[in-house]
Design a protein around this ligand. Structure first.
Ligand code: C2E
Ligand code: MG
Ligand code: MG
Ligand code: MG
Length: 286
């Protein structure tokens, strides 16, 4: 659904624009040293089964603990890291750290009696184009001992627009190894639905805008039809459907009724430190 334009449109003064440019420049030049100094950290947000509410896995979301600006979310620095190419070593660090964390959850799984958790890691377009992607991923998995089937890489629909075979090949190789590929923010891009068949993906992550349409009960009939259609198409292609941005029980219930498989959002938990996720999954094991 298109965001309504206009209304409270405002412009930055030159001074504000300058300040923003300076901040952006400062952040950009600080990125490499921040990576070396270990200023990045990861928060984990649970993904739950809509059927029984159990924790299924977690998405790794990177943050920057900046010495002057405090904790910065990815929207403040991922685009800058993309632009400078630092996203490649940063993304490799996130993958390594998240996989190590998932492996450690697996090691704790047995005696505690909760199922091994899966880990989702975001990839940006530059990482997709980087020739080392498959080798790096294989290396990280092998060194950690995490089974490839416990890893899901999230790529956005827009990152795959117009993707040719050369770009899809590394994803295909990873999928053949058992790594899941999810199409993130699905429904916001302009991808051809028929194109889905060609992509090596096994999960669709429905964008938050669809979840927002489920706020009222009953939801707008048109919104319901759209979600119903996407779910039925996804399932007929043997893709699982995850929904993002679930903030209320009303949304969760309607999305469950519409056949979505897993969900993520503040209704269940905000992104947080890894030990909290462990406690959440222990709680639902009893
Ligand atoms: P995303 O992959 O679509 O991640 C979901 C975003 O929605 C996260 O924002 C999460 O905190 C937020 N969210 C979760 N539940 C709710 C909810 O119920 N309501 C609302 N309003 N928001 C919710 P975050 O952490 O700020 O991340 C933003 C984006 O940054 C991510 O969107 C992803 O595209 C990117 N990102 C995060 N970590 C990484 C990373 O390690 N590498 C790359 N390349 N991109 C990353
Ligand atoms: Mg994501
Ligand atoms: Mg998403
Ligand atoms: Mg999103």
């Amino acid at each position: 659904r298109a965001k309504s334009a206009g209304g409270n449109r405002f412009e930055f003064s030159d001074a504000e624009a300058d300040a923003r440019a300076i901040t952006r420049h400062g952040l950009t030049t600080a990125l490499p040293a921040a990576l070396e100094r270990g200023e990045f950290f990861i928060e984990y947000q649970p993904l739950v089964h809509l059927g029984d509410g159990r924790v299924h896995g977690a998405e790794a979301l990177v943050r920057w603990s900046h010495p002057q600006h405090g904790v910065l979310g990815p929207d403040h620095f991922i685009p800058l890291a993309e632009h400078t190419g630092l996203i490649v070593p940063l993304g490799r660090w996130v993958l390594q750290e998240a996989v190590r964390q998932a492996r450690s959850w697996h090691e704790q799984a047995g005696p505690d009696g909760f199922a091994p958790l899966r880990i989702n890691v975001n990839l940006s377009p530059t990482q997709l184009h980087h020739p080392g992607l498959v080798a790096d991923t294989v290396d990280v998995l092998e060194r950690s001992g995490l089974p490839p089937g416990a890893l899901c890489l999230e790529v956005t629909e827009s990152g795959l627009i117009g993707a040719d075979e050369d770009l899809l090949k590394p994803l295909r190789q990873l999928a053949e190894m058992g790594v899941d590929i999810a199409l993130d923010d699905f429904g916001t891009g302009y991808s051809n639905l028929a194109n889905l068949r060609r992509l090596p993906v096994s999960v669709l992550k429905l964008d938050r805008s669809f979840t927002q349409g489920m706020q009222q009960h009953p939801a707008d009939p048109f919104d319901r039809k759209i979600v119903e259609g996407i779910v039925s198409l996804a399932h007929s292609l043997e893709l699982a459907v995850t929904v993002e941005g679930v903030e209320t029980g009303v949304q969760a219930e309607q999305l469950r009724e519409l056949g979505c498989d897993t969900a993520q959002g503040w209704y269940y938990a905000r992104p947080g430190p890894p030990d909290r996720l462990h406690r959440l999954s222990l709680a639902d094991a009893v």
